[in-house]
Design a protein around this ligand. Structure first.
Ligand code: ZN
Length: 270
């Protein structure tokens, strides 16, 4: 079986310092957590940033600060920037940080609901972001909240707007979208094109169990405070502890952990 890619999503858009003091929000805190998670086994960092008030933003300069710290401290982890709907409004805002040429960026190929807002990704916006990623040789990670988003990504590949192999992150357990059940995970996995590379990102108390199913099926796993602020019932998580648990489970299952160098081969990126 292919080595396991562990992605760390340290910050996201939702957790605040009030909810958990463990969430990194300044560029320095974010870079510190990413580096510690790399040392614990993470090969990809899925990066969101916040402004000085801690509010989600697509501000390119703040993304640049995080990337610079990783650069300066020689952390080889694969960089993936979020272009998500909660960080910015217009297509230009959401795509601004792509000029920093990260190795990868998230791309939602459809709309759904978040708990209190819409995950709005209209066709023009999807095409706009996909074309910048294609031009910049940035690997899109398709964020899947619904099976239609898989189909849309395949259509974009057929139209020459996304290069294969397609990379998917299957998101389960967001209130307003697909519930976190094994049945939904199987349904999404069975709906993927045969050469797809995929990970799961499970929100809520099922995240460990469903991540283990994904690992047994040959999928990859994303963890982090973006998806879960709790490690277990009433116990707040740290990013490092979440990565360590998945790395330990992988070892127990006999699955090797991928390095950033392995990610280049598996994702077919430079
Ligand atoms: Zn994200």
């Amino acid at each position: 079986m292919e080595k396991l890619i562990i992605t760390i999503a340290p910050t996201g858009n939702v957790p605040t310092k009030k909810m958990t003091h463990h969430v990194p929000v300044t560029p320095e805190e974010i870079a510190n957590d990413i580096i510690a998670c790399y040392e614990a086994g993470a090969a990809v960092a899925h990066i969101h940033v916040r402004d000085e008030e801690g509010i989600p933003t697509s501000d390119k300069d703040i993304f640049a600060k995080v990337l610079r710290q990783l650069e300066e401290r020689a952390c080889p982890i694969t960089r993936q920037i979020s272009t998500g709907a909660r960080g910015g409004k217009s297509a230009e805002e959401r795509g601004a940080s792509l000029s920093l040429k990260p190795q990868s960026a998230s791309l939602s190929t459809g709309s759904s609901n978040f708990p209190t807002t819409i995950n709005a990704n209209d066709p023009a916006l999807i095409n706009y972001l996909a074309s910048i990623m294609l031009e910049g040789d940035i690997k899109p990670e398709i964020e899947v909240f619904d099976v239609a988003m898989i189909h849309n990504a395949v259509q974009l590949q057929k139209a020459g707007m996304i290069k294969g192999p397609l990379l998917f992150n299957l998101v389960l357990g967001v209130k307003g979208s697909l519930p976190a059940t094994a049945k939904n995970l199987f349904f999404l996995v069975e709906s993927l094109p045969p050469d797809a590379i995929w990970s799961v990102s499970v929100i809520g108390s099922k995240h460990v169990n469903l991540s283990m199913i994904a690992m047994a099926l040959g999928g990859h796993v994303r963890v982090g405070l973006e998806d879960n602020i709790y490690y277990s019932k009433d116990v707040l998580a740290t990013n490092i502890a979440l990565v360590e648990r998945i790395a330990n489970l992988a070892k127990a299952m006999g699955r090797e952990i991928a390095s950033p160098e392995d990610v280049k081969r598996i994702w077919d990126i430079k």
